[in-house]
Write a protein that binds this ligand. Structure first.
Ligand SMILES: C[S@@+](CC[C@H](N)C(=O)[O-])C[C@H]1O[C@@H](n2cnc3c(N)ncnc32)[C@H](O)[C@@H]1O
Length: 285
């Protein structure tokens, strides 16, 4: 926990230092068509620092953004992530508090020829509905990620989430990416984290082989299969959105969760079999 804190504190101290330095040297950013934001200029809850283009590209690659997606960038700055997503054919939305940045993003989207796909609204991310997103991106702060975490975990299983530099505490990422110096890394903000919102499976499920209790912690879970007096542990439980996998004894289970039902196939001693389960209740007290 202490190490976690220190890992977060380093970029925070740098942000604070650069922010106060920028206050000393910066002039007010201009408004209007020639508006150019200043690095570390104040924002509602976090200053403006843009995601390096190469990192934005890698974040969208991890999320496997296609034309079927609806990408929302929370605190969209100059619009670069939204514009990159729109170039991939996705519908994309930036929610940004600063109206000058919103206007700049719209101009940038026009210049890049994606104004039809890249939309921007002025608003507070904590008062906005982003529940329709299939992909969420952000470059905020640890405490803001914490505030967003319960909202994100209530989104549809399978929603992909990419965050520049800041993680989600004990909701460990499914993957990470980084950029090198040659790719534009200038020491800080060179890493991003990636998650897939997991299906909710905590509870008691009935399987042909008995009753299984799943105890879930984000995308990981463990449990126990009970068949009369016989008890077998459930190991290596993993959820990637609605995709589920786990082991019971020497059988490896794979399948899909669909609300209160799940089904798939399991492999035992080189042979494949079908399995299914139905949720019958919560964890007994
Ligand atoms: C670190 S910048 C990231 C910009 C962009 N997402 C990117 O990755 O290039 C954070 C942005 O969030 C905006 N912001 C801060 N608090 C906000 C809030 N409560 N609602 C909406 N935008 C906010 C800031 O104005 C800033 O543009």
């Amino acid at each position: 926990m202490q190490i976690e804190r220190f890992r977060w504190m380093a970029p925070l101290c740098i942000i604070a230092l650069l922010f106060f330095t920028s206050l000393l040297f910066a002039q007010s950013p201009s408004s209007g068509d020639d508006y150019q934001p200043l690095l570390f200029q104040e924002g509602k809850d976090v200053v403006w620092v843009p995601t390096e283009y190469k990192l934005a590209e890698k974040m969208l690659n991890l999320a496997q953004v296609t034309s079927k997606d609806y990408v929302i960038d929370l605190g969209s700055g100059d619009g670069r992530i939204v514009i990159e997503a729109a170039k991939r054919g996705a519908n994309a939305l930036g929610i940004e508090y600063n109206p000058d940045l919103v206007a700049l993003s719209r101009r940038n989207a026009l210049k890049e020829g994606v104004a039809d796909k890249a939309q921007f609204i002025q608003g507070d991310i904590f008062e906005s509905d982003f529940s329709k997103a299939t992909v969420l991106t952000m470059f905020l702060l640890p405490e803001l990620n914490f505030r967003l975490r319960p909202i994100i975990l209530e989104m549809k299983p399978g929603v992909r989430v990419a965050s520049n530099s800041f993680d989600m505490g004990d909701w460990f990422p499914d993957a990470k990416v980084s950029i090198t110096e040659e790719e534009g890394c200038t020491e800080f903000f060179c890493e991003a984290f990636f998650w897939v919102v997991p299906a909710k499976i905590e509870g008691v499920w009935k399987m042909p082989k008995g009753r299984v209790v799943f105890r879930q912690r984000y995308q990981n879970f463990k449990g126990e299969l009970k068949d009369g007096a016989d008890k077998k542990p459930v190991k290596d439980g993993l959820l990637v959105g609605n995709m589920i996998s786990f082991r019971i004894g020497d059988a490896t289970y794979k399948g899909m969760v669909d609300g209160k039902r799940m089904q798939g196939s399991f492999t035992k001693k080189g042979k494949d079999y079908k399995w299914h389960a139905a949720r019958i209740g919560g964890i007994p007290e």
